[in-house]
Design a protein around this ligand. Structure first.
Ligand code: SAM
Ligand code: SF4
Length: 328
């Protein structure tokens, strides 16, 4: 699929649930969000049906995200069927790593070798403070297991003023001996309860500056096509680090992705409020041909960038989304 700005769209980010066993404060409030009612959630059967159609339209990669994907029951049963859909070439996952480790054998057996693991701090107290849960040991055990298995691991850390600035350099240090990528993400306004600051102080320039002060010998790496991160390596280090300007939005020109929320809302931009609900069409007995036309129409009318999408969605009123229902 080619969108109205000549960008190829071949990547779906699928949030399989909005529920989570952590409460990262930048993602959702302590008490959780208004979780979607069970009947509102796409069933696995419905997801597989829609993904088969999307694969016929050119989607080649499906990232499983959430909420925390592993809190949804029988996720592995779903993945077993997903990886067999003709045309789906890769199924990477984004996870908080608290429940993931026990499934690694089977995931690897299904060909899943690429994981984004979210760790915002290497310090147990700070991790607890940020996620409101004391699970750092489980997450680190999962990380080490993934590294030992030689999997493709990217660590995701949202950079937050007064919360985890002290973790930036220790996380970069992880890449000295290990062939992993650490990616620092600008904080976005999707915490489920409205903005807690109007200005982003720790933007990608400040993060890069902070790292360069400690490590002047930073090499620029050529970004993979469609990458959202600017990638670097410190001379002599095995791994790399990247910065994702998620708030500054300088990557929209090559955006190749669609998002589907747990209730079947299609988002053609992280910053839109959802452009139409595919589940409603499906449950209204729309034909496969009509479903495909609806997907193509959404792709054919995408916002140019995250600023345009945000401006349009602001006109439709203010609701405070949680990243747990968007999938990151
Ligand atoms: N639960 C899984 C996890 O945490 O990896 C998958 C879902 S989570 C919503 C996906 C990614 O979004 C995580 O890396 C998380 O750090 C990031 N994220 C959540 N809220 C964010 C925010 N307000 N700003 C920037 N990144 C955010
Ligand atoms: Fe859960 Fe991931 Fe959101 Fe944290 S970022 S609350 S782990 S969905």
């Amino acid at each position: 699929m080619i969108d109205n700005h000549q960008r190829t769209v071949n990547y779906l980010r699928l949030a399989v649930t909005d529920r989570c066993n952590l409460r990262c404060f930048y993602c959702m409030p302590e008490e959780g969000i208004n979780f979607v009612e069970r009947r509102e959630l796409l069933t696995y059967e419905e997801m597989l049906h829609l993904i088969r159609l999307m694969a016929e339209l050119g989607i080649k990669k499906v990232r499983i995200t959430g909420g925390e994907p592993f809190v949804r029951k029988n996720l592995l049963g779903f993945i077993r069927r997903l990886v067999r859909i003709p045309g789906i070439e890769s199924v990477p996952m984004t996870t908080n790593g608290t429940l993931t480790r026990r499934h690694l054998d089977e995931l690897v057996g299904l060909g899943i070798r690429s994981f984004n693991l979210s760790i915002d701090s290497l310090d147990r107290q700070r991790f607890h403070h940020i996620t409101r849960r004391d699970y750092l040991p489980e997450v680190l055990a999962c990380l080490h297991d993934m590294i030992d298995r030689g999997l493709d691991v990217k660590l995701n850390a949202v950079v937050m003023k007064d919360k985890n600035i002290a973790d930036i350099l220790p996380m970069v240090e992880l890449t000295r001996e290990r062939d992993i990528a650490v990616r620092f993400i600008e904080e976005m306004p999707f915490n489920g309860s409205g903005p807690h600051s109007t200005q982003l102080e720790w933007n990608y320039l400040k993060i890069l500056d902070h790292i360069s002060n400690a490590h002047p010998q930073i090499e620029n790496l050529v970004a993979a096509p469609f990458s959202t991160s600017r990638n670097y390596r410190i001379a002599g280090f095995r791994g790399s680090f990247g910065i994702i300007p998620a708030y500054s939005r300088s990557f929209c020109g090559t955006c190749n992705r669609l998002r589907m929320t747990p209730q079947g809302l299609i988002k053609t931009c992280l910053y839109d409020r959802g452009v139409f609900n595919l589940r409603d069409l499906l449950r209204a007995q729309a034909s496969d041909a009509d479903l495909k036309i609806a997907i193509q129409e959404a792709v054919g009318s995408r916002s140019k960038d995250g600023f345009e999408a945000e401006a349009k969605s602001r006109q439709r009123g203010k609701t405070f989304e949680s990243m747990a229902s968007i999938g990151g």
